[in-house]
Design a protein around this ligand. Structure first.
Ligand code: GLC
Length: 428
């Protein structure tokens, strides 16, 4: 991957933790394991789906509250679904009537989101689905995902796909010009022959970068970012979904490249009434630490309900994560790979002048790290600032080998259930 891309995506990588927001008409059926895919999974026709459009009225929508919550959780960037696969636009596009403005909501919901998150100092990202199950020129009959796949009546739909591509380009231009400087465009996704130049991708990305040369773009338009010189539209970061890769994300030569894991907080992206399978704050903290230690980001999803509220369980978890982040955030932001093997008691992240030891699975009250590649000046527990002794037992060398860094860990009863962080000040 080239320097230019790595530089461009750095501001997002420094922030490490983001909020993904999946919100749209699908919050009304609120169906578990269907969620934003309900039209495809249940083969819902446009006519049947119209009932949700007719009543979409998120009276509690308060993006300032969302932004405050993201901030409290320690999230430093956000991405909102401006249009998902169902084609419904949360923004006031001049190219369609299928938008929030024409529902009882009666206004541009993206504008309020952008303003609110920007006001909190959160980087603003927009998700835009390349798929569109509402547009009359999107292929249906032979498509792998379209709700009307296999339906004879839709055999000819898609013959004028170029009209859809024009629509997609027009909407992206609107999103990038009508809301001030957008930081991240999160396109989703490519499959079969629906990839790359099928979306007229070079032209699309050229247009986007003309509007904003700093725009950060994900890797889901098509192309491969793991090669030395990715195609122009290949994007700036990898986007593993619902998993944290064992070794982070590397190019084909084995060098780490920027990436972000996107993850649901329960099992669905969109709001789902019955999905209570939430991850705990502890899970989230550990995932975030894992991503950071492997050089990647975590963008964690919330699915607001049809009234516009982020579910209470999600709010509680995010606030708990925020409590930990308040004390330990410096071991996450602007931190990354420590270039030391993963220890048995936890993980390590590397900051500019410090290395952070994340005690996750500690069984004794000392740790020894042989052949540690840093010279350590001082060890301190992050959440209370207490100094930790580095005195070595007299015979440690006989058993642990060379260049040992030895640290006495905090007392067991005081360990944080999720992760206790030790800051090692290092000599540069
Ligand atoms: C997907 C899904 C989707 C979700 C997303 C998030 O590929 O189609 O519904 O928005 O990725 O990463």
């Amino acid at each position: 991957m080239d320097e230019q891309r790595i530089k461009r995506v750095q501001p997002m990588m420094d922030r490490r933790f983001g909020m993904f927001i999946h919100w749209g008409l699908y919050a009304i059926p609120a169906r578990e394991s269907r969620s934003e895919w309900i039209r495809s999974v249940d083969r819902v026709t446009t006519e049947e789906y119209q009932q949700y459009f007719d009543v979409f009225n998120p009276v509690d929508y308060d993006p300032k509250a969302w932004a405050r919550l993201a901030k409290e959780a320690g999230m430093k960037y956000a991405v909102l679904t401006t249009k998902h696969h169902d084609g419904f636009c949360l923004f006031d596009s001049q190219y369609t009537d299928y938008k929030a403005t024409n529902t009882p909501a009666g206004r541009d919901l993206v504008r309020e989101y952008v303003d609110a998150f920007r006001a909190e100092g959160i980087m603003v990202g927009l998700y835009y689905s390349l798929l569109d199950w509402h547009h009359p020129d999107y292929p249906a009959y032979n498509d792998a995902h379209h709700p009307m796949r296999g339906n004879e009546a839709y055999k000819h739909q898609g013959e004028h796909f170029e009209r859809y591509v024009e629509y997609l380009h027009n909407q992206v231009r609107e999103l990038l010009t009508n809301y001030g400087k957008i930081d991240i465009m999160w396109f989703d996704f490519h499959y079969d022959e629906m990839t790359g130049e099928k979306w007229d991708a070079t032209k699309l990305v050229k247009m986007a970068r003309e509007i904003n040369p700093d725009l950060i773009i994900d890797d889901r338009i098509g192309g491969d970012i793991k090669v030395d010189e990715p195609v122009y539209y290949a994007g700036d970061f990898g986007s593993p979904e619902q998993m944290i890769p064992a070794n982070g994300v590397c190019d084909y030569k084995g060098n780490p490249i920027p990436w972000e894991t996107c993850m649901t907080l329960n099992d669905n992206w969109g709001y789902s009434e019955r999905d209570t399978n939430y991850k705990s704050a502890k899970n989230v903290i550990r995932m975030l630490v894992e991503c950071t230690s492997k050089g990647g980001n975590l963008i964690l999803n919330v699915g607001p309900d049809a009234r516009g509220n982020i579910p209470e369980r999600s709010v509680k978890i995010l606030k708990d994560v925020g409590k930990w982040m308040k004390k330990n955030g410096e071991s996450i932001y602007k931190c990354g790979i420590a270039h030391y093997p993963k220890p048995e008691w936890g993980r390590i992240t590397r900051g500019e002048d410090a290395v952070y030891l994340h005690l996750i699975d500690l069984n004794q009250d000392t740790i020894a790290m042989p052949n540690f590649p840093y010279k350590v000046k001082f060890a301190q527990r992050l959440d209370d600032g207490a100094r930790l002794s580095m005195d070595e037992p007299w015979n440690v060398g006989s058993y642990e080998g060379e260049n040992i860094v030895f640290v006495h860990t905090p007392p067991f009863p005081s360990l944080d259930d999720a992760d206790t962080v030790i800051k090692l000040y290092i000599e540069k």
